[in-house]
Design a protein around this ligand. Structure first.
Ligand code: SF4
Length: 229
């Protein structure tokens, strides 16, 4: 859908059809993935159908406030940042997230989407950089991985494996090889904060000569594990 057609459709829609439930919008340093280090506006959508054992955003499961797209865009613009990250919760659990992503791209932002990998990403605007989890067994949600999503990844996207222990690591290495993930996009391996020692994971990656990118959550080093950062 072109921007003009989309704007006409939104103008004709009732106000409730262009609203999203939002937990928070805030300005911080991107702590993960390709855009790490960039000042970024985060739009955190409310709700998630998963319950990962190590989830650090449980406060986004419930509550939030209904906001229309124009209001969200205006608040994002107020921070004057070039990068915007749409996250959750699981943002794709709200269908109108797709319209938000497209509007942000139309407005000229560098847009990233953080998603669990459990919901279909085929409708996501191709200008968006997807950062898609593959849930390892330690998350308790490995059965939710929607493997068909791999077909919709491009070299701009990233697959992220958050690993709690050696069993998770071995699982991720097996999936890396089975699905030739590193040939599709950048693959990120990250330790569960407080569960797996970062140095241990780094040494496993080096010992196995893996074509993956190790990452720590920069925002937690800067501010600790607090909402809105
Ligand atoms: S998918 Fe993300 S928000 Fe949902 S439970 Fe897992 S870690 Fe938490």
């Amino acid at each position: 859908m072109t921007a003009i057609v989309r704007e006409a459709a939104e103008a004709a829609a009732p106000a409730s059809a262009t609203r999203l439930r939002i937990t928070e919008i805030f300005h911080s340093i991107q702590g993960e993935a390709d855009a790490v280090g960039w000042p970024t506006v985060f739009v955190r959508l409310t709700g998630c159908p998963l319950r990962c054992t190590w989830c650090d955003t449980e406060y986004a499961f419930h509550g939030g406030q209904w906001r229309d797209l124009d209001t969200i865009l205006a608040e994002v613009a107020g921070y004057g940042a070039r990068h915007v990250c749409v996250t959750g919760g699981e943002p794709l659990a709200q269908k109108r997230c797709l319209a938000l992503l497209a509007r942000l791209c139309d407005a000229g932002y560098e847009v990233a989407l953080e998603t669990s990998g459990a919901l279909d990403v085929s409708g996501v605007d191709r200008r968006v950089r997807k950062v898609m989890d593959l849930k390892a067994p330690g998350s308790g949600e490995a059965a939710r991985n929607l493997w068909s999503n791999l077909e919709h990844l491009t070299p701009r996207d990233q697959v992220k494996c958050v690993l709690a222990d050696r069993a998770d690591y071995d699982w991720a290495v097996a999936r890396l090889r089975e699905h030739r993930l590193a040939e599709r996009c950048t693959v990120l391996f990250s330790p569960v904060h407080g569960a797996l020692a970062p140095r241990e994971l780094a040494e496993w990656i080096l010992a196995d000569r893996l074509p993956v990118r190790f990452q720590l959550q920069l925002h937690k080093a800067l501010w600790g594990d607090v909402p809105g950062r």
